[in-house]
Design a protein around this ligand. Sequence first.
Ligand SMILES: *[C@@H]1O[C@H](CO)[C@@H](O)[C@H](O)[C@H]1NC(C)=O
Ligand SMILES: *[C@@H]1O[C@H](CO)[C@@H](O)[C@H](O)[C@H]1NC(C)=O
Ligand SMILES: *[C@@H]1O[C@H](CO)[C@@H](O)[C@H](O)[C@H]1NC(C)=O
Length: 429
Amino acid sequence: MSLMDRISELPDDLLLRVLSLLPDAKDVVSTMVLSKRWQFLWMSVPRLVYDDSYQNIEYGKFSRFVDRSLIVHETPVIETLHFKLGKTCSAEDLKVWIRAANKCSVRDLIIEFYCPSKEPPVIVPRILYTGCTKMLVKLRLNNVILVNFSSPVSFPSLKTLSLILVKYPDDQFVSDLLSNCHVLEELDVERCLHDNVTVFDVRVPSLKGLVFYSPQNRDSDDEDGYVINAPSLEYLALSVEDGFCIIENEMPNIAKAYLDVTHSHPGEILSSFTSVKRLYCCLSTSKDLYPVGTVFDRLVYLTLCTCEAEWLNLLMCMLSDCPKLGALKLEQVHIHSYSYHRPHQTRPLWNEPSSVPECVLSSLETLEWAGYGGTEAEKEVVKFMLRNGSSLKKVTISSKSTEPDKKFEMMKELTLFIRRSPTCQLAFD
Ligand SMILES: *[C@@H]1O[C@H](CO)[C@@H](O)[C@H](O)[C@H]1NC(C)=O
Ligand SMILES: *[C@@H]1O[C@H](CO)[C@@H](O)[C@H](O)[C@H]1NC(C)=O
Ligand SMILES: *[C@@H]1O[C@H](CO)[C@@H](O)[C@H](O)[C@H]1NC(C)=O
């Protein structure tokens, strides 16, 4: 028996699973010629990827292929329908395809355009809001324009939404769209230049995970910003390089947060994160980030970025306000921040605290320092930790310097401090 015959004897559902894994619907459809057994099988495949990102040369060929294959598709439910489109597809094509998607009750719809940046993005037809909305569980849009709609858009089953480089009609549209997704759990936003939104308002009571990225140079002014009101949030990654940032509510379930916020007045941004277990912070200021008396009593893993001049201030505050801290990492991510954001800032100065913070005495087991520069203040921090960190087990220092002599000197200096805490292991690279 030939291999082909043997494969053809496998049950339908197994073959359909295999066909679902093919990266391009063309390959799925081409299996129809294999034999009689395969002739109609492709029509029932629950996951289809239509890929025109490499740009078909013959205009309209790709569109015709999608038209023909989608229209005869027979499964009652297409789990995933993924379009990777190039510039030969129009809003008109999308309309036909979204209608077909509708017929197949698509659960997971991905529409991505790969166009040269000078071409205007394609407008997503309104049928997206009226058609498959009821069944849609996952929606990802990349590099498209959304149009205004007379009544608020609602996706009653949508759990995951990605809005990557999308342009919007106005602020209200974004705010309505998000607040009308009543079961939304995951939201991923990457903003682009001139997206027509001034205040990006995320008000989603059901939201558990939010990834929000807004790059620099969106030529924003002081009016621009973000408002987040998502009390069920468990995970937040916020990377915002301009605009104000307001988190309106407590987030009692927040476990992980990644905050990279470059704005001169982030407000008391950390006061919403008192429940966090794992926190990464790279903020453009170290002052007034949370009110006096705040305790982060679940925080175990903390990473602080040292690119802001007053990082030492935030470090000492966090050490005294995080009684259970187990692992501390210091790293310098942004090289130019010192001069870029605050040209007149001075380098941090060490002040021995009046008492040793609780976590340093009882819970802090690891200290990792990436990009250690060996300045006075940095040396004092390591010295303090090695002398007073009663539960420290491991200290790992990697130097920013590439000169072997300088590195050796740093290592020698630090080794002197370690003698006093014999249970702790010091690694240097
Ligand atoms: C969008 O539609 C809403 C409701 O019809 C309207 O209030 C708003 O002004 C429109 N926005 C734009 C940018 O046309
Ligand atoms: C941008 O917003 C203005 C006013 O709110 C509106 O008239 C215009 O159509 C929007 N542009 C896009 C691309 O939606
Ligand atoms: C830290 O330990 C050193 C050496 O044991 C001690 O001299 C210093 O007072 C301690 N610091 C604090 C704040 O207690």
